[in-house]
Design a protein around this ligand. Structure first.
Ligand code: F6R
Length: 259
């Protein structure tokens, strides 16, 4: 594990945005198609803001071939609920992107599991099939939970897991309550539909972002680990041939010159 370490969250976000933007341009130019895997949570907020600024500089880009799949959605939750990941992505990225560049049509080109599905098994199958219909995810953006979760693959999830209904770990419920629900755990859904670790590992390239001192202990665990373990689901990424780790100084605990 050789992360790129940045002095601040802003530096990390702007650097990763440039890399993601470059990949999008490149894929659209070469094959008129780019499948992006996206995450929610606090960490990618800066990335999305910087990406929007980059899209503003290139109104000529035809984004009709850009397709996005989000990692997860709470369950049960209607897409229109203010705290759904549908609403969050629409507010934070998809809506503004469509305004900047109308060749991007969020409704047709973005995918997030339906947290109000009446048939979970069918919805999970539909989601996996939709990804496969687009080939595979070219670039997956990930955050990491303090317990090592990626997507909502909580400890205990191994690399055979696919899109499915998962129970959120108690600490995930508490952390998300503090971050997004004014500390009220009763408002946080107890379950989510999440891509599996196996689904995530099929992405051609993966960028994992970690910011802040709360991520230090789980990154330390990854630094010391050679073999993947379901106790820290992010450890399966150590086997992926094209994963890049982007961390800030607070998350890593020391600053090294950028490579
Ligand atoms: C979000 C997701 C989660 C978050 C993780 C970190 O779609 O899948 O794995 O990436 O919980 O969250 P933040 O960024 O809020 O620290």
């Amino acid at each position: 594990m050789h992360p790129q370490i940045f002095p601040t969250y802003q530096d990390l976000s702007s650097h990763v945005a440039q890399k993601v933007f470059f990949r999008i341009e490149q894929h659209l130019r070469d094959k008129n198609h780019m499948v992006l895997g996206l995450a929610t949570g606090k960490t990618p907020i800066g990335l999305y803001a910087h990406l929007l600024a980059l899209f503003e500089t290139r109104p000529d880009l035809n984004l009709s071939g850009l397709v996005a799949f989000n990692l997860d959605e709470y369950y049960p939750i209607p897409p229109t609920a203010p705290h759904s990941y549908h609403s969050e992505m629409q507010r934070m990225f998809f809506g503004p992107l469509q305004e900047i560049n109308p060749s991007f049509r969020a409704e047709q080109q973005t995918h997030i599991p339906h947290g109000d599905t009446p048939d979970i098994k069918k919805e999970c199958r539909r989601y996996e099939e939709a990804i496969h219909r687009h080939g595979s995810i070219d670039l997956q953006i990930l955050g990491i939970g303090t317990n090592g979760h990626i997507g909502f693959n909580e400890p205990g999830s191994d690399d055979t897991t696919r899109t499915r209904l998962v129970d959120l770990a108690p600490e995930t419920i508490q952390i998300n309550a503090d971050k997004f629900f004014h500390g009220d755990t009763n408002q946080v859904p107890r379950q989510a539909i999440s891509m599996g670790v196996g689904t995530i590992l099929e992405a051609t390239e993966i960028f994992l972002l970690a910011s802040g001192s709360s991520k230090r202990a789980i990154l330390q665990d990854l630094r010391e680990r050679n073999e993947p373990t379901p106790h820290n689901p992010a450890s399966y990424l150590l086997r992926h041939p094209h994963v890049r780790w982007f961390v800030d100084d607070e998350a890593w605990g020391e600053y090294k010159e950028r490579k």
